[in-house]
Design a protein around this ligand. Structure first.
Ligand SMILES: Nc1ncnc2c1ncn2[C@@H]1O[C@H](COP(=O)(O)OP(=O)(O)OP(=O)(O)O)[C@@H](O)[C@H]1O
Length: 323
């Protein structure tokens, strides 16, 4: 449904040049949710704006729903919906009015616009406040309205830029449920996020983007298995104990990788349950006893960490290229 190759974008101003996107390739199959995950400034929004015809593409090819984004942007726009971070609802109008207006902008007749608005109000559960001005809505209600506006013309691909930023946990879960349903009904959804749990909960495929490039891609569960293994988290009573534990653990053949952060040591192994007792014995024999031990399923942060050496929880900006 969507295929992009060699996508690139450089921003050039008088004083600096930023390679925001560098040779990105993406694919999204029909009826799937695909996530662009990465820290702030990684290039996610720039990528999405190129895919949605809002920003000229420096180089690369994109096809969406059979159309070429560079050569047939008008056709592409009829087949996609886009919900930006800022959203597009008019505060002074009601949900119903916003939806009808949006439908009319796509050339839909007044009667059909009213029908579509009514259907989407039901589908996105906006019924209780559909005839109240949008300025009175909660963040979650407003987001759902914006999604409804994004799909009023029944697009093949829906683009959502940071859909759940600023929402409380309950509203996020509710929104996620609606996004899942859209995909189940056959819509392809492409979203950007810097939330690990959002990518994990929603996406069949994630592209982890850092410094404008895809550093790793795949199905979240598979990525976690392949790249991270399982994580054992040890905390130690002192820095010295952590240092000694680090040297013991590093030498163990069952250990794939070890990372120390102060008195915490993160160890990656293939099968935590199978090796934990043995590791404990070795540590005790070396004279160190942990304060706590935790066996964790790896997260997408572990995947990012092992690929880039940084945590996705540290919000970083990409390197800038001198002119
Ligand atoms: N119009 C622009 N002019 C100059 N630089 C830009 C412009 N738009 C984006 N950038 C730069 O390109 C880089 C990528 O930005 P982008 O907004 O795509 O990142 P992002 O991953 O979407 O981050 P966020 O999660 O914060 O939205 C950043 O360094 C940003 O400052």
């Amino acid at each position: 449904m969507l295929a992009a190759t060699g996508l690139a974008k450089t921003f050039q101003s008088k004083r600096r040049r930023v390679q925001a996107v560098n040779n990105i390739a993406l694919e999204a199959a029909k009826g799937t949710v695909v996530g662009l995950l990465g820290p702030n400034g990684a290039g996610k929004t720039t990528t999405m704006r190129m895919l949605t015809t809002l920003l000229p593409i420096d180089s690369g090819d994109v096809r969406i729903a059979g159309y070429d984004v560079r050569r047939e942007p008008a056709r592409v726009r009829t087949r996609i919906g886009y919900v930006s971070q800022a959203g597009g609802a008019d505060d002074t109008l009601t949900a119903r009015e916003n939806l009808q207006l949006q439908a009319r902008l796509y050339g839909v007749s007044a009667r059909d616009a009213a029908d579509r608005a009514g259907r989407l109000i039901q589908q996105l559960e906006l019924g209780d406040y559909a005839d109240r001005a949008v300025k009175t809505y909660s963040g979650g209600q407003r987001r759902r309205l914006e999604v409804a506006m994004g799909i009023i013309h029944d697009p093949a691909v829906l683009f959502l830029d940071e859909p759940s930023t600023g929402l409380d946990p309950q509203s996020r879960a509710h929104l996620w449920e609606h996004i899942r349903r859209l995909a189940q009904a056959g819509m392809t959804v492409v979203l950007t996020t810097h939330y690990l749990d959002e990518a994990d909960a929603l996406c069949q495929r994630v592209y982890i983007i850092d410094h404008g490039e895809v550093v790793i891609e795949g199905d979240p569960a598979q990525l976690k298995r392949q790249v991270a293994g399982e994580a054992i988290l040890w905390s130690w009573p002192t820095d010295d104990a952590a240092q000694l534990a680090l040297s013991v653990l590093t030498q163990d053949p069952a250990v794939r990788d070890v990372v120390r952060e102060n008195t915490t040591v993160r160890v990656y192994v293939d099968n935590g349950a199978a090796v934990l007792a043995d590791l404990l014995h070795r540590l005790e024999a070396a004279g160190v006893r942990p304060a706590t031990v935790q066996l964790n399923q790896p997260s997408l942060d572990d995947v990012f960490f092992r690929t880039t050496g940084r945590s996705l929880r540290d919000q970083t900006v990409p390197g800038e290229v001198s002119p």
